[in-house]
Write a protein that binds this ligand. Structure first.
Ligand code: PLP
Length: 381
């Protein structure tokens, strides 16, 4: 028996069509997209542009050229942060950010004297939007928030935060790594200027895929410069999207898989996936609350949770609990700080961290029952 509860890191099982698409691309196409005009090259380009269209469609992006395909959410966040912030700028971030936000900001603090205000987190595990308003300085050049915490699953009031950003004409960068594919996200109506996400988590595509949505009128400097297959007479980077941010031969096998995943999600619908996660999550939360020794962090309700459950047990080492869950019961969780020390500082679990169990589309009710029984046994042993 093997129960995978680490979907917040990456979704392990993928739709069958995703495996088939990666294999078919490598065997039957295998050429470089956007460069070569022979048959295989044209097919590779068609796959990349279809993936861009399909993923845009899932997120309410009407102009798919605004969706830059990347190697993952980390690259997307780096383009947005390193590409936008200038010497002496000020940034407001939630107290729940992943290191893929905090580390670029720390690097910029040294390199460009960028200052950061880190907002407090309420007892419900969210950002209070009024704190955003009161933290704005004349030099504030960006507001950044995760859509849902990768430590607690807590969904943030992003419409309110984005609304404040828009009122003050400050770009709002959303890290939607934990919500895209799990929670409906409509970039056509949300006040979001840039949105970074992975292709390999809730979207169920292969690892090494991701995207950055950039609203019209916003032009971060590229992270990388090079061949794009377009404007080849010029030795300067083409100033058009998405080419400007897509230098070099892309991960086309991964993008072929991402296309299959996006088609699967369109057919299944994110609303249906969300409903499935909600029904599983309700049982998860109720079960965890029943075990008296367990402290559950973040929102104790699925109305505000993307499918991530972090907990500790008094006087027990999280690593020891996770190890027993796996060795004795075949249950895979993640333990420690989840690449988000800032979030753990905010919720009071730094530096020991928590045990994190995260669900996905393929998690079943039975998985939850087995997990809860196993946890009871481990806790009471
Ligand atoms: C909230 C959050 N942001 C960013 C990332 C980085 O994503 P990726 O591993 O796809 O670069 C992750 C995943 O680890 C995450 O959970």
């Amino acid at each position: 028996l093997d129960i995978y509860l680490d979907n917040a890191a990456t979704s392990r099982r993928k739709p069958e069509t995703v495996y088939a698409a990666v294999d078919a691309f490598m065997r039957n196409v295998g050429a470089s997209p956007a460069r070569s005009v022979h048959g295989y090259g044209i097919e590779a380009s068609r796959i990349v542009e279809s993936a861009r269209e399909e993923v845009s469609g899932l997120l309410g992006v009407s102009d798919s050229s605004r969706l830059v395909l990347t190697s993952g959410c980390t690259e997307s966040l780096n383009i947005a942060i390193l590409g936008m912030l200038k010497h002496g700028d000020h940034v407001i971030v939630s107290g729940l950010e992943h290191n893929s936000v905090m580390r670029p900001l720390t690097a910029l603090a040294h390199r460009r004297s960028v200052g950061t205000t880190r907002l407090p987190v309420t007892s419900a595990g969210t950002t209070d939007p009024t704190c955003v308003e009161t933290s704005i300085l004349p030099t504030t050049a960006m507001i950044i928030s995760t859509h849902a915490s990768n430590v607690t699953g807590a969904i943030q009031p992003i419409a309110e935060i984005g609304g404040i950003a828009r009122t003050h004409d400050i770009p709002f960068l959303l890290d939607a790594a934990q919500t895209v594919g799990h929670v409906p996200v409509d970039l056509g109506s949300l006040p979001v200027d840039m949105c970074a996400f992975s292709g390999h988590k809730g979207l169920m595509g292969p690892q090494g895929t991701g995207a950055l949505y950039i609203r019209k009128g916003i032009y971060p400097a590229p992270l990388m410069y090079g061949g794009t297959g377009s404007a080849s007479t010029e030795e300067t980077q083409p100033p058009v999207l998405p080419d400007m941010y897509e230098s070099g031969t892309p991960n086309t096998p991964g993008i072929a898989g991402l296309l299959a995943a996006a088609k699967f999600l369109r057919k299944t619908t994110i609303a249906a996936i969300h409903a499935h996660l909600e029904s599983i999550g309700v049982a998860f939360i109720a079960g965890l609350k029943e075990i008296g020794e367990v402290t559950l962090y973040g929102p104790g309700t699925m109305l505000l949770n993307s499918g991530v459950f972090s907990f500790t047990v008094a006087n027990r080492d999280p690593g020891e609990l996770a190890e027993k869950l796996e060795r004795k019961h075949g249950i895979m969780t993640r333990v420690g700080l989840h690449c988000a020390p800032s979030a753990h500082k905010s919720i009071g679990t730094f530096p020991a961290g928590t045990v994190r169990a995260s669900i996905g589309y393929y998690t079943t009710k039975n998985d939850v029952e087995v997990f809860l029984r196993a946890l009871k046994e481990v806790v009471r042993a």
